[in-house]
Design a protein around this ligand. Structure first.
Ligand code: EPZ
Length: 417
């Protein structure tokens, strides 16, 4: 298993190009199940494990997917299967997004219920209630959920919480269901807006994607399309926070600053100078960050996926900062590992209080999940001395060639096989 060896304490200086968004590419690739015509999805982070798993999911359901650089061409090979294999769903929870397209098109789908994961219980009740409101019946059988419907009926839906995955699943189901479906209480993430744009290219009419009310006019038959995925705002946010922690001057290209307002605002309050323009963000940080407390919230709030990186930054602040996690139940796994580097964090329930220290020191540490891994990498870049991060496969789920990109900004990060 790979490890990352980081010689920390060097400022980041240089330019990094941001990849396409993992969390936008996943549902868009899965939405190709809605049509038999060919689709091409460009600007996909195809080096990521989760994208490879998605390609395998599409193939296991009967599509042919060809990866060429950062684009994925998806074609049909005949009829699709309506059963998602457990072996793939257990590796990637987002596989449940195949339920919406398959149920709407074939009136039947069988998917394993994904278990909890390192960051929380992560039930799928909002997805299932939505399908039921569209007329599907649900039965559970041997750890799988089977949903069936002679046909789905378009109609109004209200979500009890703006779940990103449920909004996407229901938008896809609605796209292949003739009539008008209105989803109120929808998630407003930029990835939802991107999925809406793709579904519109397929021939559904989607309005309001990216607001709390999404209206989908579905069609029985959808066509093929070509689409370029939006930039990864979480990758961009991670590098900005890394530059604030390690100091220096970093420019991000192929990034969209409009998707990072809450994060850029928090970074400015730490004392970082952040400039933005069309497709780029630049950060300059010369001193220790001022403490800035944050509370995660669905978009446009501070993203839960940058909570762990923010906690890592605050370990170096000139005072106390409070970090509150409101989206997932158990997302402070990085606190104990950061403590091994000299951080002072008291985490209890949904809140961590971080007392900034002048310096972290390198240590052997272990990534427990994707964003906790990103937090450890940030701490390692800022720390004095050498840090060895194990279980790097967690980081590889969400960051393409992370060591190469950081090396372009002068960091000393080496991958050991
Ligand atoms: C998406 O997960 C992202 N994943 C996550 O990114 C991200 O952390 C999350 O949205 C929140 O922004 C993808 O897009 C593939 P949710 P998702 O449904 O869709 C509860 C990363 O690091 N909930 O909005 O699974 C749930 O338990 C990852 O890249 C229910 O209770 O998130 C959680 O507490 C991790 N019932 C909260 O809502 C449901 O039916 C938010 O979940 C669905 C969700």
């Amino acid at each position: 298993m790979d490890r990352l060896v980081v010689e920390g304490g060097r400022p980041l200086e240089g330019t990094i190009g941001i990849s396409g968004s993992k969390n936008a590419a996943l549902p868009i690739l899965i939405a190709t199940l809605l049509t038999d015509e060919p689709c091409v999805v460009e600007n996909c982070p195809t080096a990521l494990r989760d994208i490879k798993t998605t390609v395998r999911l599409l193939e296991s359901l009967g599509k042919r997917a060809t990866v060429d650089g950062s684009s994925v061409r998806v074609e049909s090979t005949g009829s699709l299967k309506t059963q998602a294999p457990y072996e793939i769903v257990k590796q990637m929870r987002a596989s449940v997004l195949a339920a919406g397209p398959l149920l709407a098109r074939f009136g039947l789908v069988r998917v394993p219920i994904p278990g909890g994961c390192a960051i929380g219980l992560r039930p799928i009740d909002i997805h299932l209630k939505g399908f039921e409101a569209l007329g599907a019946r649900r039965i559970a059988d041997q750890g799988d959920i089977i949903m069936s419907a002679a046909r789905l009926n378009a109609g109004p839906l209200r979500l009890r919480f703006p779940s990103v995955g449920a909004t996407e699943n229901l938008m896809m189901a609605a796209a292949a269901t003739p009539g008008r479906t209105t989803i109120s209480g929808a998630a407003r993430e930029p990835e939802i807006a991107d999925l809406g744009a793709f579904l519109t290219k397929l021939g559904a009419k989607v309005s309001g994607a990216g607001t709390s009310t999404v209206v989908v006019e579905g069609r029985a038959r959808l066509k093929g399309a070509r689409h370029a995925v939006i930039p990864d705002r979480i990758e961009a946010g991670t590098f900005l926070i890394a530059a604030a922690a390690a100091r220096g001057r970093l420019r991000l290209t192929r990034a969209d600053p409009a998707h990072l307002e809450a994060v850029i605002d928090a970074l400015r309050r730490t004392g970082a100078a952040v400039k933005t323009g069309r497709g780029w963000i630049e950060i300059r940080m010369e001193k220790r960050p001022k403490p800035v407390s944050i509370r995660t919230a669905p978009y446009p709030g501070f993203p839960t996926d940058l909570q762990a990186p923010w906690t890592a930054l605050m370990t170096l602040a000139t005072g106390f900062a409070k970090v509150r996690e409101t989206v997932f139940e158990n997302r402070f796994m990085h606190a104990a590992e950061l403590a091994r580097m000299g951080a002072q964090i008291a985490a209890s329930g949904a809140t961590a209080v971080v007392a900034g220290v002048e310096r972290l020191s390198g240590a052997p540490i272990m990534a427990s999940d994707l964003r906790a891994g990103a937090a450890l990498l940030i701490a390692a870049l800022a720390a004095k001395g050498r840090t060895v991060i194990s279980r790097v496969y967690h980081i590889d789920r969400g960051y393409e060639a992370v060591e190469k990109k950081l090396a372009r900004a002068g960091a000393r990060v080496e991958r050991q096989k």
